[in-house]
Design a protein around this ligand. Sequence first.
Ligand SMILES: O=C(O)c1cc(=O)[nH]c(=O)n1[C@@H]1O[C@H](COP(=O)(O)O)[C@@H](O)[C@H]1O
Length: 274
Amino acid sequence: MTTQQLTNQIKKKQSFLCIGLDVDLNKIPKYLLKEEDPIFAFNKAIIDATHHLCVAYKPNTAFYEAYGLKGWKALEKTINYLNENHPEIYTIADAKRGDIGNTSTMYAKAFFEDLGFDSVTVAPYMGKDSVEPFLAFEDKHTILLALTSNQGAFDFQTKSVDGIELYKQVLETSKTWKSSENLMYVVGATKAEYLANIRKIVPDSFLLVPGVGAQGGNLQDVCKYGMNDSIGLLINSSRGIIYASQDETFAQAAAKKAEDLQMQMKAELKRHSK
Ligand SMILES: O=C(O)c1cc(=O)[nH]c(=O)n1[C@@H]1O[C@H](COP(=O)(O)O)[C@@H](O)[C@H]1O
């Protein structure tokens, strides 16, 4: 999917919500554990109840890999379900990969070709030749970690090297890489005050912003500092939506939480268009 198509969906749905499908078998309703594939049953119910309220889904692969072959099968069924039933929805494999070139190519094939995701999250630490293999895939996006939502972001990302903070160097340097038009960046919602400076470096790029909901990030602040002329934001919430209830009403409860965020996004879009 192109960024223009994504922006069109955002305008149509009045939403730039990304729902994180981070499925933990200890947190889903107990009665689903009787299903042959409880992870997929949970995801299907969440997708069926929320697809009109969001423009993207982001399964974090850790939550699937943790369950071995069964988990990976559930991930495959989830992406196939999305691509077959909701091709207009943007999909993110949150895998945080990145390695030497030939290995990165295999990671990229796994998520773009075999599973058919629109994008994958990638760590920038190993540099240009670890990221360019992902960028080489046409109409696919590489979402590079820039400034993450966690406390540990201050260990390295905000430290200065030659007088410039590392996350700024990631943004600046990555713009020089081959096919850099296929880049998006992760910026944590908990670091909204950094967004104004980030926008000076990457004014046009899409930003994936996790950390509203369970991690306490503020949607309005993210919009104030991070929205650009074509919106340019995907705001993710995982636990805050999918675990709204643990009984039979879980999917409707998730839809209610998603709707709360979508309404706030609609208000932000209205404010932005004035
Ligand atoms: O790349 C990510 O999506 C990510 C980056 C980051 O800086 N912080 C962050 O929380 N995430 C992911 O976003 C999701 C946040 O989940 P909740 O805190 O439950 O909304 C998890 O899948 C995290 O792995």
